[in-house]
Write a protein that binds this ligand. Sequence first.
Ligand code: LLP
Length: 383
Amino acid sequence: MFNKEIIAGFQNHKTPFYYYDLTVLDETLKVINDEIAGFNYKVHYAIKANTNDRILAKIKEYGLGIDCVSGNEIKWAIKNRFEPGKIAFAGVGKTDEEIEYALKTGIFTFNVESLPELEVIDTMAGKMGLEAPIAIRFNPNVNAKTHYYITTGLEENKFGINHWELSALFELLAKLTNIKLLGLHFHIGSQILDLSVFKNLCNRVNDYQREFSDRGIEIHHINVGGGLGVNYQNPDGEPIPDFKTYFQIFKKFLNLRPNQELHFELGRSVVAQCASLISRVLYIKEGIKTNFTILDAGMTELIRPALYQSFHLIQNLSKLNDDPSSKYDVVGPICESSDCFGKAIALPKTERGDIIAIRSVGAYGEVMSSSYNLRDKAAVVYR
Ligand code: LLP
């Protein structure tokens, strides 16, 4: 990702900043489109992962739809020229205001997460003289084998309608007159690397499909959510996730009905690898076991390590060809001990002023930043 010229160019910028390599994004999107070509598959980009307008423009170029989880995300998608008819709206806590706005806007579908929400959408659509397009989000109780905080498809999670609510759901669907059932929706978690869990998901989806066909209810599309993980350890070795294997699992194990569409909501796998957080070393400070490398970037710019103990590769770009002979705890300037990007990280002997890259931050990086400690917002640089 980095060569001498790029690193030299970094000297002219105030740190910290997000560095987006749009060529990586291009390549990723191309692979996605190549892999789904010839299949009745549609990919909605999960905009929560990154809302940067240049990123969105690229994603739009490749014809993806958008998966939103708030009224403002829908507004933002539309402002960035995505068609309402390609927008899905999920989330356990849609407000009346958001529902009204989405109905008025004419989005593709509401992914409905509870029975009470279904009733509210039906009532509001009725008042507006509209028919609300919906998909039912089920909680399939499939273990995604990922970090607990980003697991969504277990019974104990707040997301989706559970299997024990199925008969109440069918009763309700038969009664409501202002909704149009289009799809069945599932999403089990994020940063999934053990792809066998998607096979388990397919089995559960097949069970749910059967429940609907047994009652003579036709389903236009199945939406299996997102979740495909990326290689945080080796972003240069594997900059593009294994979309081929991922899509093949669904081809192989999902019993789609004739003409039924299969939808995906990919976030991380689309954008994670196209960005790095670039920072300067402020101080090297002696510690008990390892020395500290204190950066001018902190958890305010990238909260993932503090929140999920997540790993991001850290590189000293000023000394890229030197041996990693020292170990450092790489920390930020924020007044929290969790403001740490990595402990005992092997780096070349590092000095004040060195440029440090924290890799694979394109997903859930910039969007989750905050102004805690009244920090300035990090700048953005593109290639
Ligand atoms: N669909 C739904 C309904 C979702 O809740 C999510 C992510 C996605 C799709 C996209 O999942 P992806 O393809 O990106 O795995 N902030 C956390 C990740 C939270 C994911 C939330 N839901 C992190 O930094 O790891």
